[in-house]
Design a protein around this ligand. Structure first.
Ligand code: ATP
Length: 213
């Protein structure tokens, strides 16, 4: 019996602001892994970690603008609507209830994956979803913890995720995008034109609302 369910990708992050590194990874994963959709899920940020003058709603607005032309991407507001710090394990449990007809795949960059075993209830994440890890320049060395995790869980091909299952890890051979939101935030006050790594609609929004200045 073929009981394969469509796969929903969940891409969590601060998206402060969203940039082409995020966007192109989401698009690449969606296509390479045949995901029905990738849902970008901005996290809640405690006040002391939030960028001054940039609200959670504005981070969500920027994601909405960046994905507007891509029906295969969607904004997931679950964590922002909770108005308190949220853990991926808890969010994924809620999403699994919300989408019982789908398999879940949690998407993260290599830098985040290298920290994964320090996350709250990380084992639970692997009971709820597969992981899809995107390569990222400057973070291409796997930590010892990541290597141990991959030992019994790594699958080699995207097609392997199409089989029913959870807790498998696919490390993608994706194009590299040498950009980080931190770098962008630092350079934005000096810029007079839209940088190559920012969707123009996001740049216009940042200018209009005088963000990161
Ligand atoms: P910062 O530079 O402030 O850490 P960030 O862009 O890494 O920002 P997030 O917005 O939280 O931070 O990233 C969301 C997810 O996107 C994370 O899993 C991160 O690893 C991944 N990611 C971010 N930038 C890239 C990139 N250039 N290539 C691949 N993955 C990325």
């Amino acid at each position: 019996m073929n009981n394969t369910k469509p796969i929903l990708g969940i891409f969590g992050g601060t998206f402060d602001p969203i940039h082409y590194g995020h966007l192109r990874c989401a698009l690449h994963v969606q296509q390479a892994c045949h995901l029905e959709q990738v849902r970008l899920m901005p996290c809640h940020l405690p006040a002391h970690r939030a960028s001054p003058g940039v609200s959670a709603e504005q981070r969500a607005d920027m994601v909405r603008l960046a994905i507007a032309d891509y029906p295969q991407l969607a904004l997931e507001l679950l964590e922002l609507q909770q108005h308190r710090p949220s853990y991926s394990a808890i969010s994924l449990a809620q999403l699994a209830l919300q989408y019982p007809e789908h398999q879940l795949a949690f998407i993260l960059g290599m830098d985040a994956f290298n920290q994964f075993t320090r996350w709250h209830r990380w084992q639970q994440i692997l009971q709820l979803a597969d992981l899809i890890v995107c390569q990222r320049p400057e973070y291409q060395t796997l930590s010892a913890e990541s290597q141990a995790l991959l030992l019994h869980r790594q699958v080699q091909q995207a097609v392997d995720l199409q089989q029913p299952g959870k807790g498998r890890i696919l490390v993608l051979d994706n194009p590299l995008h040498p950009i980080s939101a931190t770098e962008l935030r630092h350079s934005l006050p000096e810029l007079n034109a839209c940088p190559a790594w920012l969707p123009p609609a996001v740049w216009n929004y940042i200018r209009l609302h005088k963000l990161y200045s």
